[in-house]
Design a protein around this ligand. Structure first.
Ligand SMILES: Cc1cc2nc3c(=O)[nH]c(=O)nc-3n(C[C@H](O)[C@H](O)[C@H](O)COP(=O)(O)OP(=O)(O)OC[C@H]3O[C@@H](n4cnc5c(N)ncnc54)[C@H](O)[C@@H]3O)c2cc1C
Length: 384
């Protein structure tokens, strides 16, 4: 089997690794537009039980990723300038995105996968020029702006819309002691900073505001440099004199991408190319890597029948994918209304609502994990 993977992000590299580990005789190729020492963004969180799936799928890469992570046990949520600390009851931590990719690249190359860096594919036809025109399977692991998806948008039933909030992904040399979400009102505007340290030198800092703030306070007419300076000013108490650092940190509105069908002929989508996962659930990377696990399993088990393998991928993996993407949707819908919550809720009510926003955490779990918060909310369960 010959597999051409467009995109050397987490989903593409991980798929290549899993295929080559289990079928060393297969010809597996990754085409990546960036050089090996460059990527977008800063650090990402790899949290939650999803990590256990990575451990089951490939222990070597799991061990290497875990060794490079910085672990956290608490998160601070600030609303109305009142900080509430919540303990994170998850396995995992944060890792520089570049380190994560380099760990996977190293393992992929040692497994015998061919990676072509600095090659941008503009159309599937470009694969022929790289000797990959005869691939049995072409995988679009090329993220939210997927070329493969655009080329077959009708066949795949692609839909795309933008959320209304605006955000930019910065880094900073301030190493925050604890991850935090700071919701702050200023001049009638509603702002939030999501930040966490991902190494001993750096933290990720995602800046966000709603659309009403964007227009009312004139962010729509500012340059990216002016917005950058505005956020440094608003979050000066947290940054304490440290600057925000840009890595092509453009201000954007999050694209919600969905596909009615996951494959067309020999072409198949995974990761953000298939369904974009919102950054507020901190799980897009592992959701993308879970797609790789499912696709590798389907292809390795299809006995050379690619059509059957791709059908099995969608049939068997869709329930899990839909559940995770639904959690992402609940989460971004909550952020889309953040002004309403910031104006109307006390700090305790706000934190409660935040923690239950995806519908995956109920009162019973919160009572067990955050008894003090639940008592303050009158939800301690004593009367029940
Ligand atoms: C602000 C922000 C914060 C985030 N924080 C987290 C977090 O904390 N935890 C988490 O799990 N997730 C987080 N995510 C989400 C996460 O980054 C994505 O879900 C994840 O990267 C998806 O992986 P992927 O492999 O599908 O796509 P990508 O990571 O986008 O990789 C796609 C790859 O394809 C390459 N490529 C694209 N087009 C072409 C082309 N035409 N030719 C060749 N190569 C191409 C790109 O260079 C890239 O390397 C965050 C996202 C954002 C925007």
């Amino acid at each position: 089997m010959k597999v051409a993977i467009i995109g050397g992000g987490p989903s593409g590299l991980y798929l290549a690794l899993l295929l080559k580990r289990r079928a060393p005789h297969w010809s597996v190729h990754v085409v990546e537009q960036n050089p090996p020492d460059a990527t977008f963004g800063f650090g990402v969180v790899l949290a939650d039980t999803g990590l256990l799936q990575l451990q089951d799928a490939d222990a070597d890469s799991y061990d290497a990723l875990c060794a490079a992570m910085r672990y956290n046990e608490r998160q601070i949520i600030v609303q109305r300038e009142q900080a509430i600390e919540v303990r994170l009851n998850v396995r995992g931590g944060a890792i520089p995105r570049l380190t994560m990719l380099q760990i996977l690249e190293d393992q992929v190359q040692r497994a015998g996968v061919d990676i072509r860096f600095c090659h941008r594919i503009e159309s599937i036809d470009d694969l022929a020029g790289l000797g990959l025109g005869d691939a049995d399977v072409v995988v679009g692991a090329d993220g939210v702006n997927s070329v493969l998806r655009r080329q077959y948008a009708d066949e795949l039933g692609t839909t795309q819309r933008a959320l209304t909030n605006h955000f930019a992904w910065y880094g900073t040399k301030k190493v925050f002691e604890s991850p935090a979400l700071v919701f702050r009102k200023r001049d009638g505007g509603h702002f939030v900073a999501h930040y966490y340290a991902y190494s001993d030198e750096m933290s990720t800092f995602v800046a966000e505001c709603d659309d009403a703030t964007w227009r009312r306070l004139g962010l729509d007419r500012m340059s990216d440099d002016e917005r950058h300076a505005l956020f440094e000013d608003i979050f000066e108490p947290e940054l304490a004199g440290r600057k925000l650092i840009s890595n092509k940190s453009l201000w954007r509105q999050f694209p919600v991408i969905r596909n009615a069908r996951w494959s067309h002929g020999r072409n198949v989508l995974i990761g953000d190319a298939l369904a974009s996962a919102h950054f507020s659930i901190g799980s897009g990377t592992r959701i993308a890597m879970t797609d790789s696990i499912a696709l590798s399993r389907a292809l390795l088990g299809c006995d050379g029948d690619v059509a059957a393998g791709l059908a099995a991928f969608e049939r068997d993996h869709a329930p899990q994918k839909h559940k995770l993407i639904a959690a992402s949707e609940q989460s971004y819908n909550w952020y889309e209304r953040m002004a309403e919550w910031m104006d109307g809720l006390t700090a305790e009510e706000f934190v409660y609502q935040f923690m239950t926003r995806t519908g995956r955490v109920d009162d019973e779990r919160l009572r067990a994990e955050f008894p003090e918060l639940m008592r303050r909310l009158g939800r301690g369960g004593e009367a029940a």
